[in-house]
Design a protein. Structure first.
Length: 91
């Protein structure tokens, strides 16, 4: 297997793989920007959820003392973030 890899690497195919990796990374960032900046707000407006990327299901709300300091943070399931990540992954 190591011999096959050396043959592959020295044929110039490794450079093609590296260029493909750089392009895929750049395309991933473009896709993420589109989903987070364009798709999620429109999708949230269609279903009247506001910005879907901030959608969450609160399991227990934050506890605040008399001074306004949070003593126990909120516990929530961030399903809007999950939806955005799934859409980014499938693109």
């Amino acid at each position: 297997m190591l011999k096959e890899f050396k043959e592959f690497a020295f044929k110039g195919n490794l450079l093609d793989v590296a260029i493909g990796l750089v392009l895929a990374t750049a395309f991933g960032k473009i896709t993420s920007a589109f989903v987070d900046g364009v798709f999620m707000p429109i999708f949230g407006q269609i279903f009247q959820l506001g910005d879907l990327s901030t959608a969450k299901w609160v399991l227990s709300p934050a506890v605040v003392d008399a001074a306004g300091v949070v003593t126990t943070p909120e516990s929530a399931i961030l399903y809007g973030s999950l939806v955005g990540t799934v859409i980014n992954f499938s693109s």
